[in-house]
Design a binder for this molecule. Structure first.
Ligand code: SF4
Ligand code: SF4
Ligand code: SF4
Ligand code: FES
Length: 686
């Protein structure tokens, strides 16, 4: 490690690595230097001059964001001269800034407002008429109010550098410079809202949140996005039991401030008018709304009747329900219903990976590893569209640490732009292409291999053989789809040996009861439509899906934003779901199962249906899940241990198939999100 540099900031002796900027050195020492254009993790713009500081022996004030620390440097961040300079900069920024704080979305969390309170520039010497420009709508999500813009270029940089999209730029020069979208009058982009989030003022605002509320009127509930497997933490702003916005501005959680359109805006499915609000029971061939007790009695009576004469059950679980729900469901199926016919839509071959890594420790990468390891190999997945946060991590790793990224995909992907090698491989030819990279990969100090559903069964073993033969530390990520796909596998939503798998259950003519909790298998079964037989069908769902329409009993279920519990992301990291709102007439799947057990008279066999109690059981019973509770309680992520052999091998890897949802599609949930449906992008910008 190079010698540290000694300097003094505001009278405090500080040590910093050579090359560190004064603004960063101050921050690490707990001293905040005001800044607009500087933003951690982005390139420097040196545009605002808010970060001016006094440095001894330097004739004029210096910008702390561009000034590297020097040995013996003496810096003062708050002097009368500095305060006067900042006040002047603010006066300049406010010269054409509209005085619309009372109606601006950013009011209450605006950096310009905060600075003006702090340094005062309430009175302007500019008497000229302010230039007015009408607000523009760049996309369904992004609105732009030019006069509020202070030209800090954070939005341009986050889109270009952070997202790898580059959809925002600057047109004109000098006083008439203006932020502009990539398609002239509109944006064609990821619609992630990162530019809106990062804008220090109210120049960029969101079509979903604008004019709805004030920040101090909301409660802020940190939970986990319910869409893809990446497990981003999203902080839901809730007012009067209504979700008003999603963001992660406090940067807590594995994703820092990153969210894609789904985590940030697509929570709106939860109050879609078609949301089920009462149980339904089929009467004379038609589904009719009934009371909870009637629906529970109907299902329980049938379950008990079939159980007593040892009839055949099938159970299909979900990629979006919590670990506690998945665990309770499989326990219910195995212990009470006496069936091993239990499955879910499998989206990645985690089981073969764990088996192939048998006896080896520390082989599963975390989301943080994708940001810090020196090299990453991506096989068969378009990460930017399908696994947005993983893609963000790898891109940031390249920008900040010059990671080498290798890509083997059938089509061009965003990672190609900066990849050390981007190879195209037709389906089935991926491992041959990977083999051609052997020489380069073995020269790397370490590697993370990320692979999609193109590799399963024996191919996963071949991949691990390849990785382990490189002679360097290698870690793996097996991509899966849904917010708790990984938890569904880990909790055992998989058939026992010789039992029916998901498509078998749909085709079996002798199945008497099919219980579907949070899935929609009748819409399509791993890609191929089947015509299901006609068992007694019990469905839990948010909506009247194709499966629910065919049901005999439908229970209206709570969504992930309406319940407590835990989920496990694609990297095996466990995080807490926290209830943000309640939805009229619904119950969490766990409660529905518990009430059903009580109605059947078997509740004692299964134990209490309390999420924390079940998680305590999971920590004892599911190998690798004995994770530290304080980490979860603090809102963090705890990685499960890759305990080998904890899962039986997948006898039918051909059933594994990703849904390949992109940024704007998401199975059933996506169909009910107005935001996702409003954004139809062509991806020509890739
Ligand atoms: S919404 Fe996201 S992708 Fe679109 S311009 Fe803003 S930062 Fe770029
Ligand atoms: S729109 Fe916001 S983030 Fe972009 S340059 Fe203007 S003030 Fe900065
Ligand atoms: S990357 Fe996945 S988990 Fe993160 S916000 Fe998007 S959909 Fe949600
Ligand atoms: S923060 Fe240093 S010039 Fe803007």
């Amino acid at each position: 490690m190079p010698d540290l540099i000694n300097l003094t900031i505001d009278g405090r002796a500080i040590q910093a690595a050579p090359g560190t900027s004064v603004i960063d050195a101050a921050k690490y020492a707990g001293i905040e230097v005001p800044a607009f254009c500087y933003y951690e993790g982005l390139t420097l713009a040196a545009a605002c001059r808010m970060c001016l500081v006094e440095v001894e022996k330097m004739p004029k004030l210096m910008t702390a964001c561009t000034l590297p620390v020097g040995e013996g440097m003496v810096v003062r961040t708050e002097t009368p001269q500095v305060a006067e300079a900042r006040k002047s900069m603010l006066e300049f920024l406010l010269s054409n800034h509209p005085l619309d704080c009372p109606v601006c979305d950013k009011g209450g969390e605006c950096e310009l407002q905060d600075m003006t309170f702090r340094y005062g520039a309430g009175e302007s010497r500019f008497t000229e008429t302010k230039i007015h420009v009408d607000e523009k709508q760049f996309s369904p999500v992004v609105f732009f109010d030019n006069p509020r813009c202070i030209l800090c270029y954070r939005c341009v940089r986050i889109c270009n550098e952070g997202m790898g999209v580059g959809a925002l730029g600057v047109i004109n020069r000098g006083a008439i410079s203006e932020i502009a979208p990539n398609k002239g009058d509109h944006l064609e982009c990821d619609e992630c809202g990162m530019c809106i989030d990062i804008c220090p003022v109210g120049a960029l605002t969101s079509g979903i949140y604008r004019y709805h509320t004030r920040p101090w009127e909301m409660q802020h509930v940190g939970t986990i996005c319910t869409y893809c497997s990446n497990g981003c933490k999203t902080t839901l702003g809730v007012r009067n039991d209504e979700i008003i916005r999603g963001n992660n501005r406090d940067r807590s959680g594995i994703n820092g401030e990153f969210l894609c359109i789904k985590g940030r805006y697509a929570f709106d499915f939860y109050n879609h008018p078609e949301r089920l609000q009462a149980p339904l029971v089929r009467v004379n061939g038609k589904l009719e709304e009934v009371s909870w007790s009637k629906a529970l009695q109907t299902a329980a009576a049938k379950f008990n009747e079939v159980r007593e004469r040892k009839g055949k059950f099938g159970v299909i679980g979900s990629n979006h329900t919590s670990n506690e729900e998945n665990y309770y469901l499989q326990k219910f199926a195995r212990q009470v219903l006496g069936t091993g016919n239990i499955d879910h839509h499998r989206t990645g071959d985690v089981r073969t990976l764990l088996d192939a890594l048998s006896g080896k420790m520390g082989k599963l990468a975390t989301t943080a590893d994708l940001y810090r390891k020196k090299a990453v190999l991506v096989i068969g997945a378009d990460l930017a569209l399908e696994q947005p946060f993983l893609s963000f991590q790898i891109r940031a790793n390249y920008r900040h640490h010059q990671a080498r990224v290798y890509v083997v995909t059938p089509e061009p992907v965003r990672e190609d732009k900066y990849a050390a090698a981007g190879l195209r491989a037709a389906p089935g030819a991926e491992l041959t292409a990977v083999e051609s990279l052997r020489g380069r990969l073995r020269a790397e100090p370490e590697l993370v291999i990320v692979y999609g559903d193109v590799l399963k069964g024996e191919d996963v073993r071949r991949l691990v053989d390849f990785g382990e033969s490189l002679g360097i530390p290698v870690q793996y990520v097996c991509l899966v789809d849904g917010s708790n796909s990984r938890g569904a596998v880990d909790m055992g939503l998989l058939p026992d040996a010789g039992a029916l798998a998901l498509p078998d259950m749909l085709a079996a003519k002798d199945l008497e009861v099919l219980w579907v909790v949070g899935a929609n298998p009748y819409a399509s079964v791993v890609g191929q439509a089947l015509s299901p037989a006609n068992p007694f069908l019990v469905v839990h769902d948010l909506f009247l899906t194709e499966t629910a329409q065919a049901a005999d009993v439908v229970f209206p279920a709570a969504s992930a934003y309406e319940k407590n519990g835990t989920v496990t992301n694609v990297c095996g990291e466990v995080q807490r779901l926290r209830k943000a709102v309640g939805a009229m007439g619904t119950k969490p799947d766990l409660e529905i199962m518990g009430l059903l057990a009580r109605e059947m008279g078997v509740a004692a066999e299964l134990g209490p249906w309390i999420p924390d109690t079940i998680f305590a059981e999971i920590r004892k019973q599911v190998p690798g899940y004995d994770v530290p509770l304080p980490v979860l309680e603090m809102g963090g992520a705890a990685q499960t241990a890759a305990v080998n052999g904890r899962l039986p091998l997948d006898g039918r890897p051909e059933l594994i198939r990703s849904a390949h949802d992109n940024l704007f599609t998401a199975g059933t949930l996506g169909r009910y999100s107005k935001v996702l449906n409003s954004v139809v992008e062509r991806h020509g910008y890739r």
